[in-house]
Design a protein around this ligand. Structure first.
Ligand code: FAD
Ligand code: NAP
Length: 314
């Protein structure tokens, strides 16, 4: 394959928007490397109500469904592969892929997003996929008419607790403090939902079960009192870690400057410390972690990449 004008790593809202703007803005040879179906983590959300211009109840999956088609109309190519590393030698970037092949590119826009963090209680890994889940839209239906526990006190935990409350007979919302870090109207909705019981100032201690799966979770409050909540399903929503693995070089260093949380340092043009490399969406410093801002980053980075490639080649 000839050298790409731009390689886009990640096909979430940031990568897809970068794909739309680079191709529509005149770059002819652009490939978006996405290891799964394009759409990103919002496709796991049961409801999104803050994407501008989109009214009514809409799932993350429905929101993202038309994005890839819109991009391919302008020439964006999607290669479904896991990128293992991005390196740079001279002016040329190399995309290293899990299938052992490589692709060279003049510029790179990276938007590999973030992934759900583990809460760190006993049994969490052992029972992951057998009663412990990080996706209510994927697994909520398995607990139709049953009781479940949700761990966390952010937007994700509260929104997914509301979603689960519609399917399940009861939701125990376990949070380590007595105030939430979520939008006020979401907090109000949670508090006024009859089948959500707030279990506050409590942390998960252990998930227990048998060979069939989870049978309950023991939580501990600030005084050290424990309580067993017998549920077959435990959903954890305790934040995200940045997917920055592709920027790690063979010697263990990062390709570009990062902060101590592993987020990519960018300026307001999404430029990293490496010319021609742009970082977007949830993986960059000070990311608002919203679909609309990730999409905005993708557009900004694309316009910068077009100028960069133009200057490099002309
Ligand atoms: P992501 O969406 O994380 O996309 C990154 C993509 O990169 C993924 O598709 C991934 O498969 C791919 N990728 C990662 N590593 C590689 C690799 N090595 N090789 C190839 N591909 C790779 N935001 C809102 O604005 N409103 C909401 O209501 C809202 N609700 C949410 C509910 C939930 C449950 C969650 C989890 C998030 C929610 N968010 C919401 C946040 C929003 O989803 C994110 O801010 C947004 O998706 C970030 O977009 P992104 O493109 O930066 O990354
Ligand atoms: P978050 O805002 O980081 O919240 C994580 C929650 O989990 C916090 O309440 C935290 O408690 C708790 N927690 C963290 N580690 C824990 C542990 N080990 N054990 C128990 N509890 C733990 O994460 P998020 O809710 O996934 O949201 C991520 C980002 O996406 C945010 O910026 C959010 O605004 C955004 N988002 C937005 C929307 C929306 O706009 N509608 C929807 C979803 C997500 P503390 O509160 O005590 O720290």
């Amino acid at each position: 394959m000839s050298v790409l004008d731009c390689a886009i790593i990640g096909g979430g809202p940031a990568g897809l928007t970068a794909g739309l703007y680079t191709t529509r803005g005149g770059l002819e040879n652009v490939v978006m490397f996405e290891k799964g179906m394009p759409g990103g983590q919002i496709t796991n959300s049961s409801e999104i109500e803050n994407y501008p211009g989109v009214t009514g109840e809409i799932t993350g999956m429905d929101l993202m469904a038309p994005w890839p088609e819109q991009c391919s109309k302008f020439g964006l190519v999607h290669e479904m592969v896991n990128v293992t590393r991005v390196s740079k030698s001279g002016d040329l970037f190399t995309i290293h892929k899990e299938d052992g092949t490589t692709t060279d590119a003049h510029s790179v826009i990276i938007g590999t997003g973030s992934r759900p963090r583990r809460a760190g209680f006993a049994g969490e890994d052992e029972f992951f996929g057998r009663g412990v889940s990080t996706c209510a839209t994927c697994d909520g239906f398995f607990y139709k008419g049953k009781e479940v526990a949700v761990i966390g006190g952010g937007d994700t935990a509260l929104e997914e607790a509301l979603y689960l409350a519609k399917i399940c007979s009861k939701v125990y919302l376990v949070h380590r403090r007595d105030t939430f870090r979520s939008a006020p109207n979401t907090i109000e909705r949670v508090k006024s939902t009859e089948n959500i019981e707030l279990v506050l100032n409590s942390v998960p201690d252990e998930v227990y079960g048998d060979k069939m799966g989870v049978t309950g979770i023991r939580v501990k409050d600030k005084e050290g009192n424990t309580r067993n909540i017998d549920v077959p399903g435990v959903f954890t929503f305790v934040g995200n870690d940045v997917n920055n693995q592709t920027l790690i070089q063979e010697d263990g260093s990062f390709l570009c400057d990062m902060n101590e949380q592993g987020q990519v340092i960018v300026d307001i043009s999404m430029k990293t410390s490496v010319p021609g490399l742009f970082a977007t969406g949830d993986m960059r410093i000070a990311a608002p972690k919203q679909v609309v801002s990730a999409a905005g980053d993708g557009a900004v980075a694309a316009l910068q990449a077009i100028s960069y490639v133009d200057e490099l080649l002309n």
